[in-house]
Design a protein around this ligand. Structure first.
Ligand code: NAD
Ligand code: TDX
Length: 332
């Protein structure tokens, strides 16, 4: 039995990770989360308080981080400013949290010799052409496009340097686009589901031909646990579930599953610098660690996600109005 420090554990992927940890292992966890606009205390509702506690605080607070890392065996680092559109409007918190925050954690795990796992994104590799037969793999050169992805790329490089220079026991995973319960309504899939519940048309940026490689959040988290258990120190693992689909097809599927005509969407302003396509080759994770995804039918996972938003309106309603007001300013 180990004690985990889960940064960003009140966010989308982190809160689902804590649930997986409680359900599938004997470990205990402390969540360190600043509860920014993206963090929700409610995302931890129902978890056993003798196994999970929440500390509200900032990963840039070196004293607090030092105290929490000192009593942890494993640190799993999800905390980040995570939304590309926000990073285009105001990059400043992305520099603080994604870069300075990761540096602060690395200094503490170095001091206390804790095992560190860094959660990152496929966006660090930039984008691919629609007809490119290549997919991203562990040796693809970094080429990030946005303030968000460039700060994630920088944080990955810090981790690599702390492994090589100081012998920190760290692994990194770069995952593709996640979907599932408890994702903020600013993100593509929950935004369209909650728009439809509100009688508003889904919004497609530009022509809607950009491709994302979708993975269920529980599959992302099962891979993270496996990497922590048996991944090789200093290694990077790409996590993906062969879920490539363009945005227009995703919107059409949501419309069909929710009982609307499949052309009942509208085109809105495109995202500046919008990455065209992401695609993950997860052969290393599958062959070296024997991982495989459980949610292989995207449509089934999407239908379950729609059900979750339909039955958990109290969770997302408080965020909806402010999110749409932000999008209205950029014509999105
Ligand atoms: P999220 O925005 O839902 O959650 C981020 C959490 O971090 C929130 O609870 C927030 O309060 C917390 N946080 C932010 N700044 C903090 C700070 N300074 N100190 C402490 N806590 C802070 O994000 P998410 O979608 O759950 O993403 C989690 C991680 O996974 C991120 O590192 C992201 O880059 C990565 N990732 C996300 C995806 C995806 O599709 N969402 C895909 C690949 C990788
Ligand atoms: O209303 C929308 N309409 C639309 O067409 C929104 C919100 C998005 N989009 C498009 C933009 C992208 O092509 O949908 C796609 C997905 O958009 P996001 O949900 O904003 O995700 P993305 O920018 O791809 O980044 C996500 O995956 C990688 C996460 O937000 C990141 O944290 C993760 O690193």
């Amino acid at each position: 039995m180990a004690h985990y420090l889960v940064t960003g554990g009140a966010g989308f992927i982190g809160s689902n990770f804590v649930r997986t940890l409680v359900n599938d292992t004997d470990h205990t966890a402390t969540v360190l989360d600043k509860l920014t606009y993206a963090g929700r205390r409610e995302s931890l509702d129902g978890l056993p308080t003798d196994r999970v506690d929440l500390v509200v605080g900032d990963i840039c607070d070196a004293d607090l981080v030092d105290r929490l890392v000192a009593r942890s065996d494993v640190v799993v680092h999800f905390a980040a400013e995570s939304h590309n559109d926000n990073s285009l409007n105001d990059p400043s918190p992305f520099i603080d949290t994604n870069l300075v925050g990761t540096f602060t954690l690395l200094e503490a795990v170095r001091k206390h010799d804790a095992r560190f796992h860094h959660i990152s994104t496929d966006e660090v590799y930039g984008d691919l052409e629609l007809d490119d037969p290549e997919r991203f793999h562990e040796t693809t050169p970094y080429n990030p496009s946005s303030p968000y992805s460039s700060t994630k790329a920088g944080s990955d490089l810090l981790v690599r340097a702390w492994v090589r220079s100081f012998g920190v026991r760290a692994t990194i995973s770069n995952c593709s686009n996640n979907y599932g319960p408890r994702q903020h309504v600013e993100k593509f899939i929950p935004r369209q589901i909650t728009n439809l519940i509100d009688g508003v048309h889904p919004k497609l940026y530009g022509a809607g031909l950009n491709v994302r490689d979708w993975i269920h959040v529980d599959d992302h988290n099962s891979a993270v646990l496996q990497i922590i258990d048996s991944g090789r120190i200093g290694e990077t693992y790409l996590i993906g579930a062969d879920g490539e689909m363009n945005n227009k097809s995703v919107v059409e599927m949501i419309l069909r599953l929710m009982g609307h005509p499949t052309d009942a969407y509208e085109h809105v302003n495109d995202r500046p610098g919008h990455d065209l396509r992401y695609a993950i080759d997860s052969t290393k994770l599958r062959t070296e660690l024997g991982w495989k995804p459980r949610y292989t039918a995207f449509e089934d996972g999407l239908a379950a996600t729609i059900d979750w938003y339909r039955t958990n309106e109290a969770w997302w309603r408080p965020m909806k109005e402010a999110t749409e007001a932000k999008y209205a300013k950029t014509g999105q």
